[in-house]
Design a protein. Sequence first.
Length: 325
Amino acid sequence: MRFKLLLAAAFAVRLAAAAILPETIGSWKRGDPGPAGTPDQKVWKEYGLQDAETSNYADGAQKFSITAWRFADATGAMAAFQDLRPADAKPAPLMGLAAQNDAGQIVAAGNYLFVFKGYSIKPEELSHVVATVPKYEHSPLPTLPKYLPAGFVPNSERYIVGPASLARFAPGISPATVGFHFNAEGALASYGTRSKETALVIFEYPTMEMARDRYAAFQKAAGTVAKRSGPLVAVVLNPASPDDAERLLSGVRYQATVTVPEAPLPNHHDNAGTLLLNVFLLCLILAGFCILSGIVVGGLRILVRRSGASGDGNDMISLHLSGRP
């Protein structure tokens, strides 16, 4: 019996140490945390999934649940957010990437993905959750999705970082054609209507030479129409017509961002008028110091002379000579 109690205590300590979500959120109190399921183990592992947890919270008779997944960086959380976001979700007024529908809310903040069910989380409550979760990292999101032309089907965006996510979202493209060993990443979106969708994938490569090499491989792939723009290779999968493909590809334009060091904003020290004024003030200070020094020295000489000595070392020395030997 004693052994069982010790084992139960050790298990409770282990659960407390491994907990991701906070014990309290305002007046809400957490129950025992448990493991969280993963929608697609292969794809989410490729996204950098590190840990997951689900917990129930209660405030009197009210209850709701939070499921949290931690990823290696914000890119993985964003990709999982796009994968898990419902098709009917609408933007939610919360931090990070946030969406909601009647079933609940989904939020990607930093390297975490949260799902709230049974309660609409408030911004200040979400801030508390983000501030207390362990190993939280806020890294910049990838800029690749911004190159997707406008007009895609809402909530159809997906992010591709490797063979598993490629097979899930764009099975018509082989990993060898993409060349993930070049550190390529892809952003996908669907255009048209739900009954007649056309998928566009934009792959980004570290250099233009790599993109040029992969563009030649995409041109040989069946069922695709490709275009290269800088380090980007845009691919339309199985278009309904060549015109549809060309219309989509024409909207993909790479814009290089050149960072030029900016000169510091001028301040009052850089003003020529201020410089001349400072020189003039310095001359006045020096002139005043010279005048004051002359007055002091002159006054001291007068005082010395009145005391019986000239003090300038020019006093006449008188010698009194007598005729005595």
